[in-house]
Design a protein around this ligand. Structure first.
Ligand code: NAP
Ligand code: ZN
Length: 349
């Protein structure tokens, strides 16, 4: 076992503070990783605030992890000491069900989440990337292509794959009319991916001040959700809508925007939504879909795509010690567009 320092939430409405804990000794198929950067996902704040009523305290969040390998178990064949690697939201799964066989580990009933999960063998609660180092089963470690700037790559591991996966599933590409609702961590990656895939992108935002950024990120159009006339004028004009709004909201104004056979994919709010108008869903044969992160193979493919097309997150680098103000700013919609923790700030502690 190796002693590790991380930042933990100790109660639902408290702040995060330093905590010392042990990382497990390497199993034969484990990789030990020294963490360089960890992205700050809105889910980290939801989990620390116990918004989903399932948080086990203390909770060390963080599932957008970039680092390098410091040791490998005896059976590890794909990684060696010094390799630049990444870890996302998953650190284990059963590896034997139909979902795992289909490279959809995120849907496996036996997954171990990177934090607030249960270790497959010991049932110990997992601690995530707001920490100096971690130990992960080889199958859940990703390669970071050399062409990716590691300081801007961490958010790809959750925000990136979460928006990449439904875009691939629904064949977003040349000529697809895409709308991204909410220009935050997920949303800004959604705009970049959709544009890189050749789609015509519109950002639907509550923040007029983000219009210039939206265009700079690759959007052709910007729609203010608070402007009913502009929303009405855009009725039936999208093939695919990615909804990243993090809280309960009304889908009907967005459903109305879908054209024939259009799909709205929900990736944000994990809670009951306001009632959906059946007529709006039937008109144009519209669909609502949900999507949760992505499998390991898809995550690796996304990283390769990002290296080839230089798709990277727009990051504001923070020290670990700044995490409480970063959470507050994220919840006040004041981040452009992802906080990333520089773990050098935890070294020497
Ligand atoms: P974020 O950076 O805070 O971005 C959310 C954006 O949504 C904000 O920038 C804002 O954009 C808009 N927004 C915020 N509150 C709103 C409201 N009340 N009404 C309308 N729009 C609002 O969050 P994130 O990290 O992108 O995460 C978004 C959500 O996805 C979170 O709930 C997170 O837990 C969830 N998530 C899901 C998955 C998954 O696998 N499905 C993975 C990761 C995260 P504008 O200023 O442009 O309006
Ligand atoms: Zn996340």
């Amino acid at each position: 076992m190796t002693t590790c320092i991380g930042y933990a939430a100790h109660e639902a409405h408290g702040t995060l503070s330093p905590m010392t804990f042990e990382r497990r000794a390497l199993r034969a198929d484990d990789v030990a990783i020294d963490i360089a950067y960890c992205g700050v996902c809105h889910s980290d704040a939801h989990q620390c605030h116990d918004d989903w009523n399932n948080t086990v305290f203390p909770c060390v969040p963080g599932h957008e992890i970039i680092g390098h390998v410091t040791a490998v178990g005896s059976a590890v064949s794909r990684f060696k000491v010094g390799d630049q690697v990444a870890v996302g939201c998953l650190v284990d799964s059963c590896q034997s069900c139909a979902c795992c066989a289909d490279h959809q580990e995120q849907l496996c009933a036996g997954i171990t989440a990177t934090y607030n999960g249960k270790d497959r063998l010991t049932q110990a609660i997992t601690f995530g990337g707001y920490s100096q180092h971690l130990v992960v089963r080889e199958q859940f470690v990703l390669r970071v292509p050399a062409a990716l700037d590691p300081s801007r790559a961490a958010p790809l591991l959750c925000a990136g794959v979460t928006v990449w996966n439904p875009m691939r599933k629904f064949a977003v590409g040349q000529g697809t009319r895409v709308a991204v609702v909410g220009l935050g961590g997920l949303g800004h990656m959604g705009v970049k991916f959709a544009a890189a895939l050749g789609a015509e992108v519109t950002v639907i935002t509550t923040s007029p001040s983000k219009a210039d950024d939206a265009r700079a990120l690759g959007a052709r159009h910007v729609l203010l959700s608070s402007d009913p006339q502009a929303m009405q004028a855009a009725a039936s004009s999208f093939d695919f809508i990615l909804d990243t709004i993090p809280t309960r909201h009304n889908l009907n104004p967005y459903l109305m925007l879908l054209g024939r056979d259009g799909v709205l994919t929900l990736v944000g709010a994990i809670e009951p939504l306001e009632p959906i108008h059946g007529g709006l869903l039937m008109r144009n044969n519209r669909s609502i879909a949900g999507s949760i992160i992505g499998g390991i193979q898809a995550t690796q493919e996304m990283l390769e795509f990002c290296a080839e097309h230089q798709v990277l997150a727009d990051c504001e680098m923070i020290a670990m010690q700044d995490i409480n103000s970063a959470f507050a700013r994220m919840q006040a919609n004041d981040v452009k567009y992802r906080f990333v923790i520089d773990m050098a700030s935890l070294k020497g502690q």
